[in-house]
Ligand binder design. Structure first.
Ligand code: PNS
Length: 166
């Protein structure tokens, strides 16, 4: 069984890594795929997001890092996957995910979307909240993989420096 775990991953958090690790136990192969998503202006480039995921998932042999542009279902079909894996946090995720799952089902009825509940410890985590915390000089240790923490520090180095001087 091959599954696809899609997202913006701008950047990946420990919540994403938790879902990926658990999905890797259930499926033979998990393709984690980074969306270009022109509607969003990312903090990290596609290459940077993919490189961070490569490092963060290095210990999981059945995970491959990919990218996609356009419709997710076309990526799923092109790679011969049977399942789309999504993480669900609170009720606020549900409506949008429900709509996307139904649209993907309409586009390709043979592909199933399967939801995994995010672990309690990560239920409040999102890439946006992590970026805001890092931007304002807060500590993100334990919220993101080490490689992401390093890259956030580099990206916001000027702000950290400015804050110390101020
Ligand atoms: O991490 P995100 O930003 O919540 O990920 C959302 C993503 C990229 C998985 C979702 O927006 C998506 O699948 N986009 C591709 C376009 C598509 O296929 N949309 C659904 C059918 S219209």
């Amino acid at each position: 069984m091959k599954a696809v775990y899609p997202g913006s991953f701008d950047p990946a958090t420990n919540g994403h890594l938790d879902i990926l690790t658990r999905a890797a136990r259930v499926f033979d192969t998990v393709l984690v795929t980074v969306a270009r998503n022109p509607a969003k202006t990312p903090l990290f480039t596609m290459d940077e997001r993919m490189a961070m995921l490569q490092v963060a998932t290095a210990g999981l042999p059945n995970i491959e890092v990919h990218s996609f542009d356009g419709l997710l279902i076309e990526f799923v079909q092109a790679h011969g996957a049977q399942v789309i894996v999504k993480g669900l946090r609170a009720m606020s995720d549900f409506e949008n995910e429900f709509q996307m799952a139904l649209m993907n089902k309409k586009l390709e009825p043979t592909v199933e979307t399967m939801f995994m509940m995010t672990a309690n410890a990560h239920s409040y985590l999102s890439s946006s909240v992590v970026k805001e915390l890092a931007r304002l000089g807060g500590c993100v240790t334990g919220l993101v993989p080490d490689v992401v923490e390093e890259q956030l520090k580099i990206r916001f180095a000027e702000e950290y420096g400015g804050r110390k001087k101020g």
